[in-house]
Design a protein around this ligand. Structure first.
Ligand code: ADP
Ligand code: MG
Length: 541
């Protein structure tokens, strides 16, 4: 029977809507009635879950050979011979760590080599300190001050010759690569030959080394003093934390200092009170320059630079009776924006940049472990690590431990907890009275205690060859701070191979850890730091 036109249309539409669809329905026993069993989206989700379950069950193939990254979940292991390309997506072990369910997960960037990169080239490089232009009396002084220093490190080979020629230098090289001797040796040699001018009533040093902390001032002074003694130069230290009376007393006792190692605060006070003059300066070093040029110090350092007569170029340094200062900037991190700050100090053309290829990279000779923990778990984990360390120490096989916290109050609080557990330690934080702070790092260096609880004041420049383990109890706020803290182990001359353990708690910690993990897997420098030193670089180590 022929259907009328509207009815035919209705039947067509009904067939289109209810007609069997391949993916939505399957035909039931009655061929004409489609049976909808499962919606497509749900079916796909189930398939995905099943395949995920299967992949979880699938055995993980353990590739032979050493690992670059080892993780609790072995699917995130990366063999040492594999480097991820720049555009290749990386399977990060720390992905998903912002979720609290990731707690107690962990991964490590493994030690890829034993030797310190700063010394690596030495095996093939036959450079000696003599070849670099240092004179016999300076070499004798070096031998007396540091008999263990026989051959120059890479950074020393590159920095000493241009400094001897009177160039302004920006030296950016990794932590623990021997930067202190790189500038002290050539600058002291240049100073020995120059006459002392006038007999000024106030202290007028001929060389100035500016450092950001009292502890670092003591450390640099300790090296410079021994070298200076052998060369007939007087080296003095002017650290902060003391009142004007103490500064006046110190400077009146040492008006004839040739070289002064100072912190910006103390020097600023002395300059303002006209207790010191920088008119005779032949060299000015900013050690840990990025810290000195950051906001917290910038005003003080600006004033100090204003009072020093910085030379226009090497020819400006020739006249010994009209001294001008040779400028040296030294550091292990130079974050973005430092280039602009430097242009305020001197013209970019007159500054020679020396960088190390390992600058801002994850240290290949130090094992670095990251543990995702809840805040409440950190103390137990730390106590366990320290007890384990104590036990190992009884067998006499371990070095010392540095535990970093982000604030002075955490250092104090954690100290009381360690006291409760009878774990002997030292504490160092910025809010301690100056009298208490004096000598703490030195006694740690000498090994009177082998655990030091500290804030970032101990992360910049301080050198101890005994440190074996750095624990980031609080994860640092920036990648620079991570580099500096980790740089307390694995230094040139370190007696023990170093390890860094970081507790990761907050989402912002995880963001930094992911950057570190990605840089390690790609063997690239850390992001945000790579383009910081002025391009093009005239000389690369
Ligand atoms: P940086 O300032 O680059 O962080 P330091 O100048 O503090 O490093 O030196 C780190 C350690 O290396 C110090 O203990 C120092 O005595 C040692 N050192 C420096 N130069 C040499 C060298 N040429 N050979 C052996 N050890 C060295
Ligand atoms: Mg240093």
């Amino acid at each position: 029977m022929a259907l009328s036109r509207p009815l035919r249309l209705l039947s067509l539409v009904t067939r289109m809507l209810l007609g069997p669809r391949r993916d939505l329905a399957i035909r039931g026993p009655d061929e004409h009635l489609p049976v909808v069993r499962i919606p497509l989206a749900l079916q796909r989700r189930q398939e995905q879950q099943e395949s995920r379950r299967q992949s979880r069950r699938a055995p993980v193939l353990v590739r032979p050979g050493p690992l670059l990254v080892s993780a609790r979940r072995p699917e995130f292991n990366q063999p040492a011979r594999l480097t991820l390309g720049r555009w290749e997506s990386a399977p990060l072990a720390s992905r998903g760590w912002k979720n609290r369910r990731a707690c107690r997960d962990h991964f490590s960037i493994e030690r890829a080599q034993l030797e310190v990169p700063a010394l690596q080239k030495l095996l093939s490089n036959e450079n000696t300190f003599e070849d670099l232009g240092l004179e016999p009396h300076v070499l004798r002084a070096l031998q007396e001050a540091a008999p263990e220093v026989v051959r120059p490190t890479n950074v020393q080979s590159r920095t000493i010759p241009p400094l001897l020629r009177g160039r302004h230098i920006l030296c950016a090289a990794e932590t623990g690569s021997g930067k202190t001797l790189s500038y002290l040796l050539p600058l002291l040699q240049r100073l020995v030959g120059r006459p002392r001018l006038g007999s000024s009533q106030i202290s007028a040093p001929r060389g100035l080394v500016l450092v950001p902390s009292r502890e670092l001032a003591e450390q640099v002074w300790a090296v410079a003093r021994v070298l200076g003694n052998s060369l007939g130069l007087q080296v003095r230290e002017l650290g902060g934390g003391h009142g004007m009376r103490r500064i006046r007393l110190r400077l009146s006792k040492q008006p004839t200092a040739d070289v002064l190692v100072a912190t910006p605060g103390a020097l600023w006070k002395a300059l303002k009170s006209r207790l010191i003059s920088l008119e005779q300066l032949s060299f000015l070093v900013l050690d840990e320059a990025d810290t000195l040029l950051d906001e917290s110090f910038l005003e003080l350092v600006d004033y100090i630079l204003e009072k020093s007569h910085i030379a226009e170029g090497p020819s400006d340094l020739e006249d010994p009776y009209n001294p001008k200062a040779q400028l040296v900037l030294v550091g292990a991190t130079f974050p973005e924006g430092v280039g602009q700050l430097l242009s305020k100090v001197t013209s970019p053309d007159s500054l020679r940049t020396i960088t190390s290829p390992k600058l801002h990279c994850i240290m290949p000779h130090v094992r670095q472990t990251f543990m995702r923990l809840k805040g409440a778990e950190k103390v137990t984990e730390l106590v366990q690590i320290l007890k384990h360390h104590e036990k190992a120490d009884r067998t006499g096989s371990t070095g010392s431990v540095l535990v970093f916290c982000n604030s002075s109050s955490t250092v104090n609080w954690l100290g009381y907890i360690l006291d409760d557990h009878k774990i002997q330690h030292l504490r160092l934080q910025g809010q301690m009275p100056a009298s208490m702070r004096v000598g703490i790092f030195q006694s740690f260096q000498k090994g009177s205690r082998d655990i030091l609880l500290c804030t970032d004041i101990a992360s910049r420049g301080l050198d101890s060859i005994h440190v074996e383990l750095v624990v980031n109890y609080d994860f640092p706020f920036t990648l620079q701070d991570y580099i500096h803290r980790a740089g307390r182990v694995g230094r040139v001359g370190s007696e023990v191979p170093g390890t860094v353990i970081s507790f990761v708690t907050h989402p912002w910690d995880v963001s930094l850890v992911q950057k570190i993990e990605l840089a390690a897997r790609r063997r690239k420098s850390l992001p945000g730091l790579e383009s910081s030193v002025k391009e093009p670089l005239p000389q690369q180590i």
